[in-house]
Each structure stands twice: as C-alpha cells, then as structure tokens.
Design a protein around this ligand. Structure first.
Ligand code: ADE
Length: 247
C-alpha cells in the first residue's frame, strides 16, 4: 500500500482479525510512505494543475517511481525499468507482470462482494491512496490496473477506501475468519441481505425473540430465515434482486 499517511493505518492493520492474521503470517500487508520517493528538500508530492484551477494535484513522477519500486519489491530510491507509453509497456517488473494495482478514487468501479472475491484471488495487490484534489491522469493510465470506489461520496483521500478494500478482501482469505464457512453465509454473497439474528437474553425491554427460533424445528427456522432475508431485500435493496424477484 502506498499512502502519504502510513500512520493512519496503525489501528486498522493491528486490530482484531486483520491484526491477528498479520501476526500469524496468514497475511502480509506492507505500508509505504509515498514521500520516500520524493527527490526535493520539501518532500513534496503535489503541484499546481496545468491549465490552472484551484487546488494541487499529486505528481505522476513520484507516484510512478514509488509504484515501480513497490512492484519490484525494492526499497525507496531504486527502480528497475521505467514506464513508457503506450500503457501496455508499464509492465516493467523484474520477473514478470506487475501485480494488480488498485487506485482508490470516486470514479472507480464500485466495490462489491464480487469485486472483493476477484481481488482475493490475486497473489498480491498494490493499493494506491490518493489525496488532495486528485492525481495526475498519467498515474491512472500508467500505474493503476484497476480503479475502485467505495461509494458515491467524496472522502479526503483513499485511505478509508483502502481500509475497506483490505477488510473485504482479507476476510475472504482462507484462515483469516476462524470458521471457514461463515463468510459465505452472509449478506451479499447470496445476493440478499442477511436475515435478522437474536441471542441472549430472551427478553429485553419487554421485547422477545421470534418463537420459531426457540422451537427446535430446524426446517422451520431455515424457512423463516429465508423468508425474512427475501422480504428485507425486496423492501430495502430491490436493486440486488433480478427483475422477476422484485415483486
Ligand atoms: N477517494 C475519495 N473518495 C473516494 C471514494 N468514494 N472511493 C474511493 N476512493 C476515494
């Protein structure tokens, strides 16, 4: 992962299941500070846009140098090969293709469970977190293999979005979620929202638990859950259903 705020990830990467997976070696997440690839005294990563306008843009030279070292797993400052036009030649990685390189941006492909599953099948991902008003277009063209958005809203930068991608992807990595069967059971892999769930106590503020759940009738429980999941999905997220399932 490349960011100008590596410290931002201290919490997300060390907490809970993600933290444990990293400590146990199920998962290897490396943070790189984009500023390590700057060449000026001020370690500047941004510049004014050609053509004018408000705000600053992140510079392509810093991003490309950083991506080339990270693709090749080299320390800051050393690069192997350089990217050139046309974009197909951007695959300058010692020993083969560049890894899947995901630029987080509001204009990207929406993050869905299907995309998370696709990314989880990759041996290696490089996540690029942009900041400021945007990034020089040539980073999109030369470095990113994918552009991903986590929703139709604008964040200060890609860090929160990268954390979302990391969580969605790593919980699909075998061995990260204790019970191998559980990720499949949940919202979205089935194309539906999850059914409501209950645990102790049996009553709270006078409100009990649907009787069927304490009946011991497993088939009836399954029918109830599937009916509730279908109703919730129809009411709240009809867009998840096929055209003939919506009524
Ligand atoms: N950067 C800023 N906003 C974003 C969003 N919605 N998704 C991904 N990256 C972003």
């Amino acid at each position: 992962m490349l960011t100008i705020f590596p410290g931002w990830f201290a919490g997300p990467l060390t907490t809970s299941l993600l933290g444990r997976a990293r400590r146990e070696g199920t998962l290897d997440v490396r943070l790189h500070d984009l500023r390590d690839w700057t060449t000026d005294r001020h370690r500047s990563v941004d510049a004014a846009p050609y053509g004018g306008g408000a705000g600053m843009l992140m510079r392509a030279d810093v991003w490309i140098a950083a991506c080339e070292s990270v693709w090749n797993d080299l320390p800051a400052g050393s690069t192997v090969g350089h990217v050139h036009e046309p974009p197909a030649e951007a695959h300058h990685v010692a020993g083969g293709e560049r890894p899947r390189t995901v630029l987080l941006t509001p204009r990207g492909r929406p993050l869905t469970q299907a995309l998370a599953t696709e990314l989880a099948a990759e041996p290696r991902l490089v996540l690029l977190c942009g900041r400021y008003e945007g990034i020089d277009e040539r980073v999109h063209e030369l470095a990113a293999t994918d552009e991903v958005s986590i929703g139709d809203y604008v964040l200060f930068g890609g860090e929160v979005a990268a954390a979302a991608v990391i969580e969605a992807v790593t919980r699909l990595v075998p061995g990260v979620v204790g019970n191998a069967a559980s990720p499949d059971d949940e919202s979205f892999s089935s194309g539906q929202l999850e059914y409501p769930q209950y645990t102790r106590p049996a009553t709270i503020r006078g409100r009990g638990v649907p009787e069927v759940l304490t009946s011991g009738d497993h088939a009836a429980v399954e029918r109830w859950r599937s009916e509730r999941a279908a109703t919730l999905t129809r009411q709240r997220r009809p867009d998840l259903l096929g055209p003939d399932e919506r009524t």
